[in-house]
Design a protein around this ligand. Structure first.
Ligand code: HEM
Length: 409
């Protein structure tokens, strides 16, 4: 950590605050007794195993072998050509990997096509909120999750955040597409690729001195509890915020939106016994898993700074500035998380966004007429649109690829 990061760390919570919170966010706390009932899962019952101690055994062993054999460059090259849900896997893939992926790509028996199609329409109509919430909001939450911030920082992609965000957006846009789970869509492809990436990271990161020195005793990263934590930063967080904003959502849409993420969790390698069956079960699990682990880390503060700087550059061809971006991020995740992320306050924009965002939402939902939306709201709207467009186009150029090294240096 350089001096700048150290200073940002202190800024993020005040020395005492930060120390207190770091204690609260330690992996020991994160690993406290698992009491979420599997009766609330899509499986309806389970082994009772604590997901802090469960990873993705079959994928993890396989990817360790693929990496050790030196197959990663060849596999990545072949996987670039695998882009559609209905596409056969490249025949030249190593047999063990191809067989695993051919099984891993199957939707669970409980997947409901009608619900998936309904969710796709919901994702499309609510794309503006969802992209902002999952992209900017989810990003800002993930940098306040110590284990994730450190895993990202010390892994290969941590050295090039722009590329990483584009790759992550690739999954986000695939799940949000109108044809997400249709034959021509790509979410099955991106989720299975992501499952492989995580399995590779589990093999690689334990060899990183930077990660091992900060993992708080965790020996293998990305447990299924960690996966669930991140999962809640996506659908659970987005649904909560849309409700906070009074976005009208029918119960059928809400159930469908949960469903598309349940199926995606399955494809990402999360066991069905941990995937919440209802929003109530999801909220309860999020309270148990996500809320207690949020907190500041130097890595998270540094990553946040990089992400928001990039966001400001990309959304400001007309000269919009960083304070607007900071304020939007702060508004989405709230003051506590924003402070942990070290996001500077921006008095003018903080106050403005708080006032005009609800009006923007009400206008989008047809609840108020244009004259009631202050002109400045369109500056914020435009910044959000630029962000979405930028990553949408970036996402087209990149491929989710299996890493075979950690962050250099
Ligand atoms: C890579 C999504 C959970 C750490 C990726 C990628 C995606 C993704 C799309 C591929 C993009 C890339 O290669 O950069 C998700 C989703 C999750 C989740 C949807 C949960 C629902 C986690 C968790 C951690 C984590 C819990 C760590 C605690 C990483 C790392 C990489 C990665 C280190 C690899 C970056 C590299 O190549 O160096 N994730 N992730 N992810 N993810 Fe996750």
């Amino acid at each position: 950590m350089d001096e700048l990061s150290r200073r940002k760390m202190l800024l993020a919570g005040g020395t005492l605050g930060a120390l207190g919170v770091l204690g609260a966010a330690s992996p020991a706390r994160a690993g406290s007794a698992w009491s979420w009932a599997a009766s609330g899962s899509v499986a309806g019952s389970g082994t009772g195993s604590d997901p802090h101690w469960v990873w993705d055994e079959e994928a993890d062993q396989l990817l360790a072998t693929v990496i050790e054999r030196g197959d990663v460059p060849k596999v990545n090259k072949l996987l670039r050509t695998w882009t559609r849900n209905d596409q056969p896997l490249p025949g030249e893939l190593p047999t063990d990997l191809r067989e695993f992926m051919d099984t891993a790509r199957h939707l669970p028996t409980w997947a409901d096509r009608d619900k998936l199609d309904r969710a796709a329409r919901f994702n499309e109509t609510r794309g503006f909120y969802l992209n902002v919430l999952n992209g900017i909001g989810g990003g800002m939450l993930s940098t306040a999750i110590p284990r994730e911030a450190r895993a990202v920082y010390y892994s290969k992609g941590g050295a090039d955040m722009e590329d990483r965000v584009a790759k992550t957006s690739k999954l986000g846009f695939a799940v949000g597409a109108l044809n997400a789970y249709q034959p021509g869509g790509s979410i099955v492809v991106e989720a299975v690729k992501t499952r492989l990436v995580h399995a590779a990271v589990r093999h690689l990161l334990p060899k990183s001195p930077g990660w091992s020195g900060t993992s708080g005793g965790q020996k293998i990263p990305i447990s299924l509890a960690d996966m669930l934590v991140t999962w809640h930063t996506l659908p659970t967080f987005a649904m909560r915020r849309m409700r906070d904003w009074d976005v009208p959502i029918s119960s059928a849409d809400s159930a469908a939106y949960l469903h598309i993420w349940q199926v995606t969790a399955h494809l990402l390698g999360i066991r069905d016994e941990y995937v919440p069956a209802t929003w109530d079960a999801a909220d309860a699990q999020s309270e148990q898993l996500l809320d207690p682990v949020l907190g500041p880390t130097p890595e998270g503060v540094e990553l946040t700074d990089i992400l928001l700087r990039q966001l400001a550059e990309q959304t400001s061809p007309g000269g919009l500035d960083r304070p607007l971006v900071n304020a939007l991020a702060r508004y989405l995740v709230g003051n506590q998380v924003a402070d942990w992320d070290g996001i500077p306050r921006a008095p003018f924009w903080d106050a403005t966004i708080k006032t005009v965002w609800p009006k923007l939402v009400a206008f989008r939902e047809g609840l108020i007429k244009l004259p009631l939306v202050p002109q400045i709201a369109w500056t914020i709207d435009e910044a959000a649109r630029q962000y979405i467009l930028f990553y949408l186009s970036k996402g087209r150029e990149v491929h989710i690829e299996i890493p075979d090294t950690n962050r250099p240096g």
